[in-house]
Design a binder for this molecule. Structure first.
Ligand SMILES: Nc1nc2c([nH]c(=O)n2[C@H]2C[C@H](O)[C@@H](COP(=O)(O)OP(=O)(O)OP(=O)(O)O)O2)c(=O)[nH]1
Length: 145
């Protein structure tokens, strides 16, 4: 089984999932994806670093695997804590802002890709994106509020 990173269990015994993800905005819209495992739940492209893998290295691997793109000049944006959308356990997600120079194309493990403003009625977002990432992007003017 692939080894990923978690941080030690807290008092409630739940391990925290470690995730890295990318905010990619073009023309005021945020790129979000969904996986075949849960095609109706959208979140930032990214995933779990493998054991010992640096965050930016993991981000590059995930963006290549999921979308066939390279992140240009990734910059740390935020660290957010929320309940992981798929596993339902505590999650700590390091978010980098980046641009891409190619057209993203979804790979086999993904179900859908959308460029969103966050106002779409038909897009169900992961809690971390809905409650933390989108408000941050709106506050900083990256996405219109
Ligand atoms: N990539 C990403 N994952 C998120 C976000 N919000 C959120 O709750 N998650 C959750 C969804 C999953 O529970 C977990 C990431 O799992 P994943 O399935 O995308 O990771 P992975 O690509 O490494 O996949 P695998 O090794 O489990 O196959 O974090 C987000 O914005 N981006």
């Amino acid at each position: 089984m692939k080894q990923t990173m978690t941080v030690p269990a807290g008092p409630d015994g739940a391990e925290t999932l470690v995730v890295v993800a990318a905010v990619i905005v073009q023309e005021g819209r945020l790129l979000v994806v969904s996986k075949k495992a849960a095609p109706e739940v959208f979140y930032l492209p990214g995933g779990k670093p493998e054991a010992g893998e640096e965050p930016l290295r993991a981000l590059a691997r995930e963006l290549d695997e999921e979308l066939g793109v390279r992140a240009l000049e990734p910059r740390f944006l935020a660290e957010v804590e929320a309940v992981a959308a798929l596993e339902g356990v505590p999650m700590r997600m390091t978010v980098f802002e980046a641009s891409i120079d190619e057209e993203p194309k979804i790979a086999a493990e993904l179900a859908q890709m959308r460029w969103i403003t966050g106002d779409e009625a038909d897009v169900r977002l992961a809690p971390a994106v809905r409650d933390q990432v989108l408000p941050l992007l709106r506050n900083s003017g990256l996405i219109a509020s």
